[in-house]
Design a protein around this ligand. Structure first.
Ligand code: GLU
Length: 406
């Protein structure tokens, strides 16, 4: 099953088998509160007009304003955005931050656009969405292929339209215009905080071998921090290819190589492997940090890692979850493991509303506390309910959303 929204709904039903929620509450969660489709007309650099499809799904706001990123990707469609918005609602509840769940996107390969086209497209999304977003209604942020610079264009456009000068409508902004210290590394670092808790519980080696799929903002920072902590990153991929080195990759050097060459393939003293091989490589920990539907019924039996930490959203299908559970391979689910990004986004929003700027040590200290506490809770609850951590994280989130709904 490759429709991410169907996967998300299947995860919901599976959690509900372990702890039953009321049918009324569940039926509310089977569809978003609101979904918006837009057509964004952009004049391309060559003078032609192109219409791009854009989306915002406002899934659930029982716990606070809709919150979630905007994805620019050629495969993005309404089903993906709906699934991502649903997961955001659960993620904010797992992290216990006062936000609901939303997500946005545009069907576009941004790598094919000039900078000017990208800016017009980003501003175009805001022009059409301005009536439905706002600091207290819906607060977008970055996601796959969207950057602090794109957020700066978006917040500027919103300010022009509404005269709201708090900049609190968008998070993940550059520091100079109200971005938070620590937001750039927050998803990767939050994942490492969560991993460290589970590593202790499972008594994994002090220095693990790790494969990371994805070398964007999330996978890149996670790989760098894990390497700094003494782990060995044996395999790494970006959207163009994957590399392997038994002795471990120097992540700072890989970063420099990528800056110079535009890809990581060909990095000195590494062997080129396929993305499929990366997922099945011999290692202690596998970190999918790219897109959905990577670990499926076709490869779950071949995975050799002792632990999976989901830094992407939705990388594992429900069928693969079953196989991994039967094989005794624990998995730290996305709605917990990658919640660090939206957590620091929420700190950013709070700073903007209050007109404050917090020091990095304070931001990261608060992030660490949340990630450790909630990871402990999800783990303990999974033991108590005799289930996997995806189901226990879902149950904790559903309880919190249900409480707020009541
Ligand atoms: N796009 C990120 C996520 O999937 C962060 C969203 C945010 O900061 O609002 O969690």
């Amino acid at each position: 099953m490759n429709n991410p929204f169907q996967n998300a709904m299947s995860q919901l039903q599976r959690a509900n088998k372990v702890k039953q929620f009321s049918p009324e509450f569940l039926s509310r969660l089977h569809q978003p509160n609101r979904q918006i489709n837009i057509a964004i007309p952009i004049t391309m650099d060559d003078g032609t007009l192109h219409i791009f499809e854009g989306y915002r799904v406002q899934y659930n706001n029982a716990r606070g304003p809709y919150k979630g990123g905007i994805r620019f990707h050629q495969d993005t469609d309404i089903n993906e955005v709906k699934a991502l918005a649903f997961w955001m609602a659960l993620k904010c509840a797992v992290a216990n931050i006062p936000m609901g769940g939303g997500k946005g996107g545009i069907t576009v390969n941004p790598k094919l656009l000039s900078k000017g086209e990208l800016e017009r497209l980003s501003r175009g999304w805001i022009k059409l969405m301005a009536p439905v977003i706002g600091p207290h209604t819906d607060v977008p942020a970055p996601d796959v292929n969207t950057t602090p610079e794109i957020m700066s264009w978006m917040v500027d456009e919103y300010t022009k339209i509404t005269n709201d000068t708090t900049n609190a409508v968008i998070t993940g902004k550059p520091i100079e215009i109200g971005g938070s210290e620590g937001r750039g590394i927050a998803t990767g670092l939050g994942g490492v905080y969560s991993f460290n808790v589970i590593k202790e519980k499972l008594a994994l080696p002090a220095s693990c071998t790790i494969a990371v799929q994805g070398f964007g903002n999330v996978g890149g920072h996670a790989a760098e921090i894990l390497a700094e902590q003494g782990h060995k990153i044996v395999a790494l991929s970006d959207s163009k290819g994957a590399i392997y080195s038994e002795g471990g990759l120097d992540i700072k050097m890989v970063n420099e190589y990528k800056k110079a060459n535009g890809h990581i393939e060909g990095f000195p003293n590494s062997r080129t492997i396929t993305n499929a091989e990366l997922l099945e490589i011999q290692c202690d920990v596998l970190i999918p940090a790219a897109l959905e539907n990577q670990i499926t019924q076709d490869n779950a039996n071949n995975i050799k890692a002792k632990l999976i930490v989901e830094l992407a959203n939705g990388p594992t299908t429900p069928e693969a979850d079953d196989i991994l559970l039967a094989r005794g391979i624990p998995l730290v689910p996305d709605i917990l493991a990658n919640a660090g990004g939206v957590t620091v986004s929420t700190f950013e929003w709070e700073q903007n509303i209050k007109g404050e700027h917090w020091a990095e040590v304070d931001v990261l200290g608060k992030l660490k506390k949340i990630m450790e506490e909630e990871t402990n809770l999800v783990y303990e609850r999974s033991k108590e309910l005799n289930t996997d951590m995806r189901r226990s994280a879902f149950i904790i989130a559903l309880e919190r959303i249900e409480q707020a709904t009541k």
